[in-house]
Design a protein around this ligand. Sequence first.
Ligand code: ATP
Length: 354
Amino acid sequence: MTEFLRIENLVKSFGATTVVKSVNLSFNAGEFVTLLGPSGCGKTTILRMVAGFERPTSGSITVEGRDITDLAPNQRQIGMVFQAYALFPNMNVGDNIGFGLKIAGKSRDEIKSRTEEMLKLIGLPGYEKRYPYEMSGGQQQRVALARAIAPRPRMLLLDEPLSALDAKIRVSLREEIRAIQRELGITTLFVTHDQEEALSISDRVVVMNAGNVEQVGEPFEIYNKPATRFVAQFVGTLNTIEATVASTADNTVSIDGQIVKLSALPAGASNGNPIALTLRPEVMTVGTRPDADITLNGTVEEAHFLGSVIRLSISLGRTVLNIDTFNDQRTAPPARGDHVKISIASKDLLILGA
Ligand code: ATP
């Protein structure tokens, strides 16, 4: 894999506040990488520094080994799509898509053929004469994408391009964006605070928190092997069980009065110490399971039938666990008030860092 973009020791402060704190990242050519994190964590600021709209306080940005930190935005050959539909309202679709090409001094014929090619690519052939106000939000964002890629940029930057759209369109459009990106093989940096979006379309995800990178990895790795407690909690649903060490002699803990044996306790644990156990909703089974070495008794508080998945809230007393099970058309799901057994394999408990 060839490195395309490199960000080194990148810092951005606004006045006394540092919003990006020495970030180091490397992106491969053709890769689709998502910056994921809560509002205000600095994702957009990083994107804007890569685009050249914001000047780093310190650090450097290089593209294929060339330092572009001080280059003007229009020298960077970058295509960008924003959250709000930033189409020119007084220009039709054709003129919007051809805008960058016109600025670059391309001929009329070239602009026309490239615009047609772009409209085909985004599935809107024949829409040249439409105005933005005559189109749905999803169509407008596809045009914004076409406008960004028409001048053949070397890199695509997408800043929450789907967040103003309704849920169904978001899902179909994100898949379209990914398919187009793959077809063009263009290195893409995508910003979102939506973890499902990030996990579903990215080659790699960068999880950020308060100006720092918490973890960089493929979606499978980020979800299943979170490096920090923040990543585990921000990405996906996580159950946290507040237990107490019952006996260090046999590795037992008490969970709301139920004694459970773990494979190991954290180093330095003593009897009576509080200990937090965390696990994903899908690693627990209602009923028994041969590989499970932990069994808990609980009462169903809520049962949400979502179709293929049933999401249960099960109370152990103080602790409430969220468990996802698959629908089984031959068996009625547990109902509110049912007493149930929960099976867990102790190897599925997540042990988190700081
Ligand atoms: P969101 O998802 O809400 O856009 P984000 O992670 O993209 O969040 P940024 O837009 O990068 O966050 O902003 C990071 C922090 O920097 C925020 O606290 C924001 O208020 C601050 N900030 C951004 N731009 C400026 C500016 N021009 N002047 C002062 N503060 C700014």
